[in-house]
Design a protein around this ligand. Structure first.
Ligand code: NAP
Length: 252
């Protein structure tokens, strides 16, 4: 067993790593020694910047464009990791979007797009990665879910359903693959300061802040540290769990 949460020699795929939480996760995993595939959908320049930062610090990373809600593109993403870095040891299903509105105004497309991007992507990437992890008898899958999936949130029936779905998925897959030394866990993030909050009115943000015992927003790095722990050898006996990183907002 390696000391100090090292990820030396591991290969990580982080979906939606061009911005926000995924960016912080990619940087943190690389800081601990993992080679990282930085997946993105549209923000090519931002993804390339993440790769440059990693390479400048002496790490290994490559960017790969894929819409992870698409089954074939998710397969291509995992194939890229295997061809470029020789495998996939750590998969972080982080890509996610919101399309908030009350159910009376929510279109079928708003619902389907959020479920496909946040939940089906988790299936798509995990299915492709598990094949390689099974063969290697090693793997770490970490799904970035939300307090919204635990507590529900008005105006987010689509998002809350997708995030609750990721939790069920995490537990079911954890049971399926445990015998092959693959762990599957989720991190339920609270209010983390990223672009996903753009467009949310100030009163709504304040209302969320009022629910947080620690009395502040979280930083993307605070999610990344938890991911790095769950990805490490030191977390080998943890599977099927949902770790809240939310300032105490949802105490389950
Ligand atoms: P963000 O800043 O808006 O970043 C979203 C990332 O997902 C971007 O890198 C984006 O890529 C990528 N993405 C979106 N759709 C994609 C697709 N179809 N295929 C591949 N990549 C895609 O959001 P964030 O706040 O960092 O959120 C990251 C995750 O944390 C999400 O799953 C979110 O639900 C979860 N979360 C966030 C919070 C929070 O308060 N921020 C709380 C709980 C949970 P492009 O840049 O290329 O568009």
């Amino acid at each position: 067993m390696t000391a100090s949460l090292s990820l030396e020699g591991r290969v990580a795929v982080v979906t939606g790593a061009s911005r926000g939480i995924g960016r912080a996760i990619a940087l943190e995993l690389s800081r601990r020694g993992a080679a990282v595939v930085v997946n993105y959908l549209r923000s090519e320049e931002a993804a390339r910047e993440v790769v440059s930062l990693i390479k400048e610090a002496g790490g290994k990373a490559e960017a790969f464009q894929a819409d992870v809600s698409d089954f074939k593109q998710a397969q291509e993403l995992i194939k890229f990791a295997v061809q470029t870095f020789g495998g996939v040891d750590i998969l972080v299903n982080n890509a996610g979007i919101t399309r908030d509105t009350l159910i009376m105004m929510m279109s079928e497309e708003d619902f389907d797009t959020v479920i496909a991007t946040n939940l089906k992507s988790t299936f798509n990437c995990s299915k492709a990665a598990v094949r390689h992890m099974m063969r290697k008898r090693y793997g770490r899958i970490i799904n970035i879910t939300s307090v919204a999936g635990q507590m529900g949130n008005a105006g987010q029936t689509n998002y809350s359903a997708s995030k609750a779905g990721q939790i069920g998925f995490t537990k079911a897959l954890a049971r399926e693959v445990a015998a092959r030394n693959i762990t599957v866990n989720a991190i339920a993030a609270g209010y983390i300061d990223t672009d996903i909050w753009a467009g949310v009115p100030e009163e709504a943000r304040q209302a969320v802040l009022n629910l947080i015992p620690l009395g502040r927003k979280g930083e993307p790095e605070e999610i990344a540290y938890a991911v790095a722990f769950l990805a490490s050898d030191q977390a080998a006996y943890i599977t099927g769990q949902v770790l809240g990183v939310d300032g105490g907002m949802a105490m389950m």
